[in-house]
Design a protein around this ligand. Sequence first.
Ligand code: C2E
Ligand code: CA
Ligand code: CA
Ligand code: CA
Length: 274
Amino acid sequence: AKKSNIYDYFIYDEALSHNLTQEEMMRKDLEKAVQNDEFIIYLQPQYELKKNKVTAYEALLRWNHEKYLSVSPSKYIQIAEENTLIHEVGQLVIDKTFQLLSNNKEISISLNVSPKQLLEPGFISELKDKAENYKIDPKQVSIEITETILVESFELVIEKLKLIKELGFQIHLDDFGTGYSSLKYVKDLPIDALKIDKQFIKEIENDEKARMIVETIINLGHHLNLKIIAEGVETVKQAAILNYLKCDYLQGYLIDKPKSAEIVIDTKYPKLDL
Ligand code: C2E
Ligand code: CA
Ligand code: CA
Ligand code: CA
């Protein structure tokens, strides 16, 4: 049998308690952050290949605090989802995004909605009221949902998404190809676009199988009348392959990193030479 080492316990214990306090601290800071309005929206451009220019943006949450600005929102979204904070965070993302849209009528923005948020009673009427209050056209807005939303309450989710679409908003299925992806979702959900996960895009240059899968997703989507957005596009070669495969939109560091909304909206992005 393996001899246990007293130092293993020590290190394990140390790390564990350290982690706990870090998470606890984040949870406390998160509550204050909501009260003190410490959240901001970064935008990342989406380049439309057919038009050869940036025509849309994804809103990505950032915590404007020296300790947390570089922390990925997936970390604190997860903590917020464990209690009711996610609703407040979700509402402020919608408010801030709609404010941007009301000042910039010619752009489109997609925003991430967490499963808990979508299933919260009243979410749809709040979306509708906010669109009216900010005087924006729902056509300017896409709601990004992930497949994890669908594991539970599939029928309820379909009903909600249909209502959201009836209001004029678009629906994008995020992180397509990972997790619980199922063709049933693509068949039954009222979606407008698929976002191919960056894990696949990363591999299309060197892995023929990954390239075939991406090609298949693009063709599948087009047969179903869906737009295709590739995320995590970092190189010209990836962009050239995606252009050849007739992908509709490119998103990734090649075009730009997510940055403060005002900067991104004012940036004139160059034409890609593919
Ligand atoms: P996501 O929706 O899949 O967002 C894409 C993530 O990929 C972003 O990470 C973005 O910064 C990153 N990314 C973009 N281009 C590239 C690239 O070329 N290479 C690589 N390696 N990464 C790239 P971020 O901003 O850290 O967000 C992480 C996740 O947090 C998001 O994943 C989304 O699930 C969640 N999230 C972000 N904002 C919100 C929000 O307002 N509400 C909710 N519910 N979730 C959000
Ligand atoms: Ca997203
Ligand atoms: Ca994604
Ligand atoms: Ca993701």
